[in-house]
Design a protein around this ligand. Structure first.
Ligand code: NAD
Ligand code: UD1
Length: 317
């Protein structure tokens, strides 16, 4: 690790996507600082990264109250922050419907604090974890980035508001920034412990234990499930690129699958012991979701590579 390697701050770096992003940055020789309040993130997610000796600092910090104080001692010792990957968020669409104000404070507020830091300190690039939830219920598929965004949840609204803030800071303050609209991310280290956790983590957890899977509604709703290792590649490519393009990029596979079909595959991969039950559909949910993937390919050379069944096997292993 050289002192001249780029200094990259990862907010939410102890989380699921964050820890894979840290692994990827270290592979590329970056110096990495993690800011996390450990609300859902875990130090254990960074065990391999810490073992490799690459992580400079892991700072406990609530990003929604600002990051200047947390970073001051680090920059005094190691020099300025080159790039910020902003992943810290509360990630549940359903939780945002229950607590919209809290969602705004965390998900929009944190983005403003990150952008204020980037503006004041001359950070070269901000890559931001936006979401397919910004689109809302659209009627043309696959979903292209130039579609009108009409989010149907507070979570989607605050991700979209964050994108608008990125665009404003780019246009007015010259902060280079890329919003990445993740579709449904899955893979190892995704925490299944909350009822709001990602569906694959819940299905995998239950099917491994031979417990029944609960599908909300008839299971005909579709999602584009993208493997976390692919997402980490896209995030790092965007953060390290010197492009000043202000457009948002989808991060997905371009393939969709129904939740019911997903449940069947997970049950089969786990030996077929679980039954599939149905419950009432979730309110505020989108019905169909699948990404158009050409723009990320053109901008970053990125394509998702891991097939769903391979990613599921890696998740279950
Ligand atoms: P995660 O819950 O594992 O990661 C979020 C991380 O942010 C955790 O480590 C958590 O402790 C931290 N955090 C939360 N609030 C914080 C705060 N105020 N200050 C500092 N740290 C805070 O979830 P994830 O799935 O890894 O999500 C990462 C990002 O990707 C989020 O911005 C999420 O909205 C976005 N995203 C995720 C998905 C998905 O399918 N998992 C899809 C679209 C977008
Ligand atoms: C997910 C992400 C969100 C992201 C969005 C982008 C999580 C927790 N949420 O939201 O951060 O912005 O993708 O597309 O990672 N389901 C069941 N049974 C269960 C759990 C879920 O049937 O036990 C269904 C849900 O009703 C839904 C689908 O599975 O139709 C996916 O749900 P979920 O994993 O919670 O993700 P999203 O709401 O799509």
């Amino acid at each position: 690790m050289s002192e001249r390697a780029p200094l990259v701050v990862v907010t939410g770096g102890a989380g699921f996507i964050g820890s894979h992003t840290v692994d990827r940055l270290l592979e590329q020789g970056a110096r990495v600082v993690v800011l996390d309040n450990f609300s859902t993130g875990k130090r254990a997610n960074l065990a391999a990264a810490i073992g490799r000796g690459g992580v400079l600092e892991i700072v406990t910090c609530d990003v929604s109250t600002g990051i200047f104080a947390a970073l001051a001692p680090i920059t005094a010792q190691h020099g300025p922050v080159d790039r910020i990957i902003h992943l810290a968020a509360q990630v549940s669409v359903i939780a945002s419907i229950a607590s919209p104000v809290v969602d705004g404070q965390i998900n929009y507020g944190s983005t403003l604090h990150v952008l204020e830091y980037a503006r004041a300190m001359g950070v070269k690039k901000v890559a931001f974890a936006s979401s397919a939830a910004v689109y809302g219920d659209v009627s043309t598929f696959p979903v292209t980035e130039d579609l009108h965004c009409q989010p149907v949840s507070p979570y989607g609204i605050h991700k979209y508001a964050s994108e608008l803030a990125l665009d404003y800071y780019a246009a007015v303050h010259g902060v280079a920034a890329t919003p990445l609209r993740f579709f449904n991310v899955y893979g190892p280290r995704q925490d299944p412990s909350s009822p709001y956790s990602g569906v694959i983590s819940i299905f995998a957890d239950r099917a491994r234990a031979g417990r029944d899977l609960l599908v909300f509604g008839d299971g005909g709703q579709t999602r584009d499930f993208v493997y976390v290792g692919d997402v980490a590649r896209a995030v790092v490519a965007a953060a390290m690129s010197d492009s000043t393009s202000r457009v948002a990029l989808n991060v997905g596979t371009g393939r969709e699958i129904t939740v019911l079909e997903l449940a069947r595959i997970v049950v089969e991969l786990c030996g077929g012991r679980s039954a599939i039950q149905h419950a009432a559909p979730r309110a505020g949910e989108i019905v169909r979701s699948v990404a158009a993937v050409e723009r990320a390919h053109t901008a970053l050379g990125f394509r998702a590579e891991v097939a769903l069944v391979d990613g599921l096997r890696a998740t279950l292993a």
